[in-house]
Design a protein around this ligand. Sequence first.
Ligand code: HPA
Length: 280
Amino acid sequence: MLELHGKIQEAVDTIRRHWNRPPGAGIILGTGLGSLVDRIEVEATIDYDAIPNFLKSTAVSHRGRLVCGLLEGVPVIVMEGRFHQYEGYPLQAITLPVRVMKALGAELLIVTSATGGMNPNYQCGDLVVVSDHINLMNGNPLVGINDDRLGPRFPDMSEPYSRELIDVALGVARRADIVAHQGVLVAVTGPNLETRAEYRFLRLIGADIVGMSMVPEVLTAVHAGMRVFGLSAVTDMCLPDALQAANVEEIIRVANEAGPHLVQIVSGVLAHEAKSLGDA
Ligand code: HPA
C-alpha cells in the first residue's frame, strides 16, 4: 500500500488543476442513478481517462467522469460511474478515487448502488438506507502493508455507516412520502446474479439486499476516517421461492425510475451537512 500514496497524490494534483475547492463530500453514483448530476451546479468535469491512476469504467450505464460543483450549496466531487471487481480490477485500484476524495478534503462519502431485494417486505423501486454490510467479495482493499498515513491497520467497523445520517435520511424520506427502509447489504463479486440457493443463504445470514459494489469503497472510507452514507435502490426482487429471471435492462430501468427519490434523499442529507457545517 506504500506506493498508493504517490498514486493518490498524482491524481489529486491533476484534479486540483481543474477544480480547486475542497469538497464537503465525495459521491459515487451506481448503475442507473446518474440523474443526481442534473442537480449539480457544475464547475468542472474531468474524464477518468485524463486522471492518472484512475481505471476505465466499462460497466453499462457508467459514464466514466468526475463531476465537480455545488449541490445544496455544498462543494461535491461526484463519480459518474464506478469500478467493480467483476470488471477484473484489483480492489485497491477500484477504491483509489475514495482516497483521492479524502486527500482533496472530503470528510464524507456518499455511495449509491442498484441492488437485489431479499427482504420480502421490500418492493422493486424502494430505497434502502444501508445500516450495515457483510463483505462476501472474497477480497478486501485494505489487504497489504498498511500505510499509517492513510489509516490504521485494524479499522473499527462498529458503525461503518453514520447513524446520524441514517436517521436524517429516514426523516427526509418520511416527510417526502418516499418508501425507504434501513437494511443490511451483502456484497458479492458478480458478475452473474445469484442462484435461488445463494439468495436463500444470503437472506439467512442476515442480509436484506445484495449488490456487486459499495463495500470496498466503504471499507476504504472508514479506513481513511471518513463518515459514510450508503443508499441503494432495489432494482429486482430476489425471493428464492418466487424468483423471476432478471435482466440488466430492467435493472437499469428500475434504477432510473428510483433516481428522483434517491436525489431527494441525498440532497436532504447534504442540506443537513450544510447546516451542521454552518452551525459549527
Ligand atoms: N444481485 C447482485 N447484484 C445486484 C442484483 C442482484 O440481484 N441486482 C442488482 N444488483
